[in-house]
Each structure stands twice: as structure tokens, then as C-alpha cells.
Design a protein around this ligand. Structure first.
Ligand SMILES: Cc1cc2nc3c(=O)[nH]c(=O)nc-3n(C[C@H](O)[C@H](O)[C@H](O)COP(=O)(O)OP(=O)(O)OC[C@H]3O[C@@H](n4cnc5c(N)ncnc54)[C@H](O)[C@@H]3O)c2cc1C
Length: 341
């Protein structure tokens, strides 16, 4: 039996959905003992959800210093101490931007092997798969030494209900916030929409959107699909969308059930960030666009006609519950199955 720790990304008692996928990945081997590690004062509030997804123990890490959310160095130290205290063989987290930062620090402190962006994991043999070279290859790696530090790609591991009776344990980590880092001010990015890393459906816009205002076309459609809105780097660099919305090699890695790419050429760098999506739909007015070789369904047409038509159709009662079944009356758009690479 191995003891597997899972870092729970929680705020005010609200647990991120992708974290539950990481918990289920740890739970996969019934013999493992799964420790949900969380900072902050809401272990009781999180108990019901965490035990439903397979946590045997909930470890509430407390520190004498201030809230450590902005001090990844101190958080990593506290996590490392908790791993020692409970004899954990592995720590799993989500490969989100903050998760990558935190897990790498824990691995460095412990001199432990680290694999981020895992697509598959076998926790009994220590063999994991992750994408390499912007998604062009998938590497199979065997971890040597213990403990293992693993970051899972958001949304790749589904959350699976596997109820347990979880015990809450308190752990006092004797650490202080790092003195090398002083937080003067925290400014919100102003991104009010849903987080693309967590979303089940994403609709993304590229360079041809042409302005920040035009992203409203995508936002209207997203509202009806309960989707998040993403952007290509070209759109972000042009100032049409904030970096938090960028999908790709230098943006976020996403794995929604449905990814709708509008006016996106399909560069390798963009594809690296969304190739593990369930169904990929591309809207593009160039039949030779590379994205058509990488999608499940392609819509050849002008996004400024196709997307509003889709929004109108989704607004019709009865069509919204089946967002993947595109309506027949989309104008000037020929639907063809192009086959993903
Ligand atoms: C190191 C590095 C890292 C990078 N990281 C990223 C990254 O993280 N994410 C990312 O996205 N890119 C990244 N890039 C940039 C990447 O190479 C591409 O330049 C970028 O993805 C192109 O964005 P785009 O598809 O929006 O624009 P374009 O390449 O300009 O493509 C626009 C597409 O829209 C189509 N189109 C035009 N008008 C319409 C219309 N009215 N209706 C429908 N379709 C239309 C065109 O036919 C075209 O296919 C990176 C590049 C480098 C070198």
C-alpha cells in the first residue's frame, strides 16, 4: 500500500474541479491511502466533497505566519514537512500555472523526481506518460527514488465518485513566510469569465477577431453553452484578450470535452495546449488551414457569420441541451468531418 498525497486547490471552501480529477487519479488503486492536503481553515467544509471522491484522510495544514497563498516558497516547505510527517510516497497536484510552480518547489526541496503535465500515471510501477515537444511526442517515463511529485494535466483525469469515510487531521507546519518576497499589492486581472483550465467547453478566438470588442461574439455564444472563452497568442499579443485566456505552449493547457476554435490557424504551439480536448470543432474560412487536419469537425465559413448563427440557434428553446448537435441552418458553412491527427 502506498500513501499518496493530493494537494487540494481550495479557496473559501470551494474546491477546483480539476483538483478532484487529481484526487480520483490517486484513488484509482483501491489499496492506496489517499491524503488530501489543504491550506486554510475549511477542512470541515471540504470534507463531504473530498471523501466522496476518495480521500481517506484530510490534512489541514496550518502555519503560524500569515495566509501563504502568495508565498509559494513557504507553501512548498509546509507541504514537504507534511509529506514527511505522514510518510507520503507521492504528491499529486494539478499542472495549473500555480500548481506547476508549487510542485517544482516541493520537488526541489526534497530532491525528488518531478513530472508535470501527466496524461497517464501508474502509481504502482511509477510509470507516467506526458506530452513532450509541444505535444509532438508523448514520453513514457519511469520514476526513480521517492517521493514522486506529479502534476496532472487539468481535466485529463475525470473525477470519479468513490466514497470513503475521511478523517480530518491537523498539521502545524513550523514555518514563516519567506522574507525574500514582500507582497505590496495584489491587483485583479479583470478577467471575469470562467477559468479555461476548469471548463468543460471552450470557445476560442484567434487573430481575425480583430478587437477586444469582437470577442463579445464568442462571449454571447459561450454564455449559452456554459463555456469559457479562450484566445490564441496572436489575439493576446494584439491586445484583444488577456494572457489568462491564452491557450497553447506559452499559455494554458486545456482539456475540455468540447473545444471550438474560431479563426485559429492551428499552429503547433496552439495545438500543444488543446490537443487532448474531447471533441475539437474548427471554424475557419480557409479550406487549407492546418486546423482542419487536427479537428473532429470543421466548419468552412466566416466566423462572423457562423458564431452568431450558432448563438441564435442555441438560444432557441430545446436546442441548448444538445450543444454538440449543430443546427442545420448555419449559413454559408459546409460541415465536414476532417479527422483529427
Ligand atoms: C515559442 C512560441 C510559443 C508560442 N505559443 C503560443 C501559444 O501558447 N498559443 C498560441 O495560440 N500561439 C502560440 N504561438 C504562436 C503561433 O505560432 C501562431 O502564430 C498563433 O497561434 C497564430 O494565431 P491565430 O491562429 O489566431 O492567427 P493566424 O495564424 O493569423 O490564423 C488565423 C486563421 O483564421 C482564419 N480566418 C481569417 N479570417 C477569418 C474569418 N473571418 N472567419 C474564420 N476564419 C478566419 C485564417 O484562415 C487563419 O487560418 C507561439 C509561437 C512561438 C514561436
Amino acid at each position: 500500500m502506498a500513501r499518496i498525497g493530493v494537494f487540494i486547490d481550495e479557496k473559501g471552501g470551494e474546491i477546483r474541479k480539476t483538483t478532484l480529477g487529481a484526487l480520483s487519479a490517486a484513488r484509482r488503486h483501491a489499496a492506496n491511502e489517499v491524503y488530501a492536503l489543504l491550506f486554510g481553515g475549511h477542512p470541515e467544509g471540504c470534507r463531504e466533497v473530498l471523501q466522496r471522491y476518495g480521500a481517506d484522510k484530510i490534512v489541514a495544514i496550518r502555519t503560524p505566519g500569515p495566509d501563504l497563498a502568495s508565498f509559494p516558497e513557504a507553501r512548498a516547505e509546509a507541504l514537504g514537512l507534511a509529506m514527511d510527517a505522514f510518510g507520503l510516497d507521492a504528491l499529486i497536484g494539478v499542472s495549473s500555472p500555480s500548481g506547476k510552480d508549487l510542485l517544482a518547489r516541493v520537488a526541489s526541496l526534497k530532491g525528488a523526481p518531478l513530472v508535470l503535465d501527466c496524461l497517464q500515471m501508474d502509481l504502482s510501477s511509477g510509470i507516467v506518460k506526458k506530452s513532450h515537444f509541444s505535444g509532438k511526442t508523448t514520453a513514457t517515463l519511469r520514476l526513480n527514488g521517492r517521493p514522486w511529485i506529479l502534476g496532472v494535466r487539468p481535466n485529463v483525469f475525470p473525477e470519479i465518485v468513490d466514497p470513503r469515510e475521511a478523517e480530518i487531521l491537523a498539521f502545524e507546519a513550523p514555518i514563516q513566510a519567506a522574507k525574500r518576497l514582500v507582497i505590496r499589492e495584489i491587483k485583479q486581472s479583470g478577467v471575469g469569465g470562467a477559468d479555461i483550465s476548469e471548463a468543460d467547453i471552450i470557445i476560442t478566438g484567434g487573430r481575425p477577431l480583430g478587437s477586444a470588442e469582437n470577442f463579445k461574439i464568442l462571449e454571447d455564444c459561450a454564455a449559452l453553452l456554459s463555456a469559457a472563452v479562450g484566445a490564441s497568442r496572436a489575439a493576446v499579443d494584439a491586445g484583444f484578450a488577456p494572457h489568462a485566456m491564452q491557450v497553447g505552449q506559452t499559455g494554458k493547457t486545456v482539456s475540455p470535452r468540447l473545444y471550438i476554435a474560431c479563426g485559429i490557424s492551428g499552429s503547433v504551439q496552439h495545438f500543444a495546449g488543446m490537443k487532448t480536448s474531447g471533441i475539437i470543432v474548427a471554424v475557419n474560412n480557409d479550406a487549407d488551414a492546418p486546423i482542419f487536419g487536427k479537428c473532429d469537425y470543421g466548419l468552412l465559413g466566416d466566423l462572423f457569420e457562423v458564431v452568431p448563427a450558432l448563438t441564435r440557434a442555441l438560444g432557441v428553446p430545446g436546442t441548448r441541451s444538445d450543444p454538440i448537435g449543430l443546427p442545420e441552418h448555419v449559413p454559408d458553412a459546409s460541415l465536414f468531418d476532417s479527422g483529427k491527427e
